[in-house]
Write a protein that binds this ligand. Structure first.
Ligand code: PGA
Length: 260
């Protein structure tokens, strides 16, 4: 995992059958053969992981899961562990997505345990954080982000930071069509990098990959990625169609090159 390329992840959420996921992965892999200048990761639902893994085999596209449980095995009906994800071929796992925080009661402490479990099994974590609309309107955005970073990364050392991608996803922008403006996103991204620098030093903070997520579309991706501290995207809705996902990737590559 390196910051040399823009990092583009598709979060398919609870969508697609196995055959639908396979077909989408196939179209993306085909298009990606011409796009070696991006690190591309796809996160299908659990049921489709193994089929999508097969489709990705001869490509540079990586596989991610959307969640895990921190225990390795045992009587935890319905849960999936980090060693199981590793076994299924996942190089990444999304942790702490706001939908999980809001609908399934995930806390910063639980997110922290999940990140540690992923790293222990050699799976990179895509650690999500972001404020709600009420928090933003009350001027609490930076406090919330600081709390989520502290809580999520508690006890995680500088060496381990290299295995974590951070995704800033303002809750009010997810699936709503309302994107944070490039300026709003950059403000939070630079705050995240500052906080990382305080704990881990400037070097590791500079190397950290920080994604933006929340209604990313082909039309807004160039401007967002042109911002200094935005290194890639976590894409929901627009990742469910190969064409829009690829178009965003192309725009990201273009912006990344201009920015360098
Ligand atoms: P969205 O979702 O692109 O549909 O807003 C982003 C996400 O939830 O990761």
């Amino acid at each position: 995992m390196s910051k040399k390329l823009p990092f583009i992840a598709g979060n398919w959420k609870m969508n697609l059958t196995i055959s639908g996921a396979k077909a989408l992965a196939k179209s993306i892999v085909k298009a990606c053969a011409d796009l070696p200048e991006a690190e591309i990761v796809l996160a299908p639902p659990f049921t489709a992981l193994s089929k999508v893994k097969k489709t990705l085999e001869d490509s540079s596209v990586k596989l991610a899961a959307q969640n895990l449980f921190w225990e390795e095995k045992g009587a935890f009906t319905g849960e999936v562990s980090a060693p199981m994800l590793r076994d299924a071929g996942c190089q990444y796992v999304i942790i702490g997505h706001s939908e999980r925080r809001q609908s399934f009661g995930e806390t910063d402490e639980g997110v922290n345990r999940k990140i540690k479990a992923a790293l222990k099994s050699g799976v990179f974590a895509i650690f999500c954080l972001g404020e709600t609309l009420v928090e933003r309107e009350h001027g609490e955005t930076m406090d919330v982000i600081t709390r989520q970073i502290r809580g999520g990364l508690e006890g995680i050392g500088g060496g381990e930071l290299k295995s974590i991608v951070i995704a800033y996803e303002p809750v009010w922008a997810i699936g709503t069509g309302k994107t944070a403006s490039p300026g709003q996103a950059e403000e939070v991204h630079s705050h995240i990098r500052e906080k990382l620098a305080l704990t881990y030093g400037i070097g590791p903070a500079e190397c950290a990959i920080i994604l933006y997520g929340g209604s990313v579309k082909p039309a807004n991706s160039f401007a967002l990625l042109s911002e200094k501290n935005i290194d890639g995207f976590l894409i929901g809705g627009a990742s469910l169609e190969a064409e829009s996902f690829i178009q965003i990737t192309r725009e990201a590559i273009r912006a990344y090159k201009e920015k360098k």
